[in-house]
Design a protein around this ligand. Structure first.
Ligand code: FAD
Ligand code: NAG
Ligand code: NAG
Ligand code: NAG
Ligand code: NAG
Ligand code: NAG
Ligand code: NAG
Ligand code: NAG
Ligand code: NAG
Length: 518
């Protein structure tokens, strides 16, 4: 394939539109137009239907109670009566099952020609629906050579290497994960996912196919922005070439403790959590990563991933904290294991249970964990969980792994010691209850951590969708340069996603229609 070509040219003087065309509008393409588009794609166009359509009587498909499963927004909710309305809600109306650059180019061209909202959809794992959009045409990248995490881990190992990926196997590697920063079991050894990329292949809004690397004459800025500056913002990525590291072994550990029923005051429990927070930087500094949860008065250190450790070394790393628990008289369960290889050890871990939550998030700086023995932080976590929220942390040290060329990921990552995500489980039948708990997260819970981390940050893949000042919170000191890159490559806002750079130029109406701000 030619390194650079365009199937169409944009009329660059065309004005920025005020509003995207929406299903039902006169401008919406006719069935024949969609059909011709499908033919041009060799039949890869999919007319979407809500996953839960079978739960209802709708225009999509007849009601089929046996097949009724999962919801989207509240627009087609399987937990509500079959007579409740079933509409597309935030789902893209059509998807293109893309297999290469030409599909990308044709889809971008069609969306722009007809002024239709465009989204890029990979695994659709994004918490805040960045890969969805009402009335949109989706470029579905899932079947591309772009590999899923597990494929990538397996591929690397088959070639006697490891790559940096997520804590769970079902997150895409080249999509929102790496483009958004990317933490994982190898993070404290090798850095963020965004630190691993050597080169991106991408299709621009203009249709141009480009290769972006730190040394590319024209697109070093695009390379930089794609490395952690947010998915679905600057270009549609076809592939990423990432660093492969020599294989290394893996030991893992887990630990739970809870307040014994007979003990009335929870103080000993929270003293143990404080001690864990105070001890936790040692885990990242040693090259390990920890995934943990606190809910009520139960603490679950679900996994310590210790790449390159044998069991004895990992146990020695954890021993000082276990001694603290002994001293507090809190019963605990600790187990550790040395695995034959990285992938076996990785897959043996239980999947994290973090879906189905209204969430808020914050990056916690090392300075906070080190101040007053982490007591103010522990007190905030205690109060946050007292409202019924579950609080989780991913503890790491990625401070010294950024490539020399720099990356677009928020510089705050380098001073962070863990990424906090907390939230409350969805209520599947009472949507108003979800709104209230989302507002509690925004108005009461996130501010408690903001107060302790003024001028701080949140991970753009794991934050409260109502976060005020999200521009600086998510992108930090890189906001200005990221905005410049966005305006250079996509001045007309073809790529829109909630919380993406320059998305503040658009508003989503109640029905999901995207409108440009005057
Ligand atoms: C269960 C679970 C576990 C998680 N664990 C981790 C973890 O361990 N570490 C971590 O860092 N994060 C983790 N995350 C967060 C994860 O990184 C984000 O949800 C991320 O956005 C997923 O990216 P995706 O491409 O798979 O998903 P999608 O929702 O499909 O896409 C996310 C965003 O990236 C854009 N995008 C996708 N593909 C492309 C492309 N080819 N070109 C341009 N833009 C693209 C989309 O438009 C969208 O804006 C987890 C999330 C979940 C739900
Ligand atoms: C596109 O064409 C394929 C192959 O003919 C067909 O299976 C598919 O249903 C079509 N998609 C749409 C949206 O009509
Ligand atoms: C769905 O519609 C059909 C035809 O109108 C009707 O017979 C059936 O009872 C409806 N089912 C439900 C669950 O509402
Ligand atoms: C999402 O659900 C809410 C509540 O039911 C509804 O008012 C809103 O229109 C829905 N949004 C979309 C895009 O369907
Ligand atoms: C998408 O395309 C892939 C081949 O690239 C195919 O295996 C898959 O079934 C297609 N999915 C849908 C829903 O059409
Ligand atoms: C804790 O680790 C041990 C040893 O690896 C393992 O057998 C056990 O299943 C783990 N427990 C949980 C809850 O993951
Ligand atoms: C995840 O948590 C929810 C709420 O506590 C629970 O209902 C569900 O069973 C859990 N899922 C798994 C896989 O543990
Ligand atoms: C404790 O949390 C509640 C909300 O659950 C909040 O209203 C209150 O201000 C918090 N207290 C402190 C000291 O932050
Ligand atoms: C990370 O570890 C290095 C030592 O390897 C240390 O100097 C640095 O302060 C640590 N950074 C964070 C944020 O924990």
């Amino acid at each position: 394939m030619a390194r650079s070509f365009a199937l169409f040219a944009l009329v660059s003087t065309a004005p920025v539109v005020s509003s995207r065309c929406f299903p039902g509008d006169a401008c919406w393409p006719t069935a024949d137009t969609w059909s011709a588009f499908n033919v041009s794609l060799g039949g890869k166009l999919i007319a979407n239907m809500p996953i839960a359509a079978v739960c209802h009587n709708s225009t999509f498909t007849p009601h089929d109670a046996a097949a009724c499963t999962l919801p989207t927004n509240n627009s087609c909710n399987p937990f509500l009566d079959a007579s409740a309305p079933c509409t597309m809600g935030n789902y893209p109306v059509y998807s293109v099952n893309a297999t290469g650059a030409e599909d990308y180019q044709k889809t971008l061209a069609f969306a722009q020609e007809h002024n239709i909202r465009f989204v890029i959809r990979n695994t659709a794992a994004d918490y805040n629906g960045k890969s969805s959009g009402a009335g949109s045409l989706a470029l579905w990248t899932h079947h591309l050579k772009a590999k899923e995490m597990l494929d990538a881990y397996e591929f690397a190992l088959a070639h006697d290497h490891v790559v940096v990926g997520a804590n769970v196997p079902d997150i895409g590697l080249v999509g929102g994960y790496t483009q958004g920063a990317g933490t994982g079991p190898l993070g404290s050894r090798f850095g963020l996912g965004a630190d691993q990329v050597l080169e991106w292949e991408a299709v621009l809004a203009s249709g141009d196919f480009v290769v972006a690397s730190p040394s590319s004459a024209e697109h070093a800025d695009l390379y930089w922005a794609l490395c952690g500056g947010g998915g679905g913002t600057y270009a549609a990525v076809l592939s990423a070439t990432v660093k492969a590291h020599p294989p290394l072994g893996l030991s893992t550990a887990n630990l739970t403790f809870a307040l014994p029923v007979a003990v009335e005051s929870p103080d000993a429990f929270w003293e143990a959590v404080r001690a864990f927070l105070q001890y936790s930087p040692a885990i990242g500094d040693a090259g390990a990563e920890a995934v943990w949860y606190a809910q009520g008065t139960a603490f679950n250190l679900a996994t310590v991933f210790a790449p390159g450790f044998d069991k004895k070394t990992l146990d020695a790393l954890m021993r000082p904290f276990l001694k603290t628990l002994d001293g507090l008289g809190l019963p605990y369960a600790y187990a550790s294991e040395q695995h034959p290889g990285f992938l076996e050890g990785f897959l043996a871990q239980l999947a994290t249970n973090v879906s189905n939550l209204n969430i808020g998030g914050r990056l916690i700086p090392r300075s906070l964990v080190e101040s007053d023995g982490a007591a103010p932080l522990a007190a905030a976590i205690r109060n946050i969980t007292s409202s019924g929220a579950i609080f989780s942390g991913v503890t790491f040290n990625v401070s010294s792994h950024a490539p020399e060329s720099g990356v677009g990921a928020n510089p705050y990552w380098r001073e962070a010691v863990f990424s906090a995500v907390f939230g409350t489980f969805f209520d599947w039948t009472d949507w108003e209850a979800n709104r209230r708990s989302a507002d509690t997260i925004t108005d009461d819970l996130v501010p408690q951590l903001e107060l302790l981390t003024p001028g701080g940050a949140a991970y753009l893949n794991e934050y409260d969708f109502q976060q005020p000042d999200w521009e600086t919170t998510l992108y930090g000191a890189n906001w200005g340069k990221l905005s410049e890159v966005k305006m250079k490559y996509d001045p007309r806002g073809v790529f829109y996603a909630l919380g993406a750079v320059e998305s503040e130029r658009w508003v989503e109406q109640h029905d999901g229609r995207l409108c440009g701000k005057a």
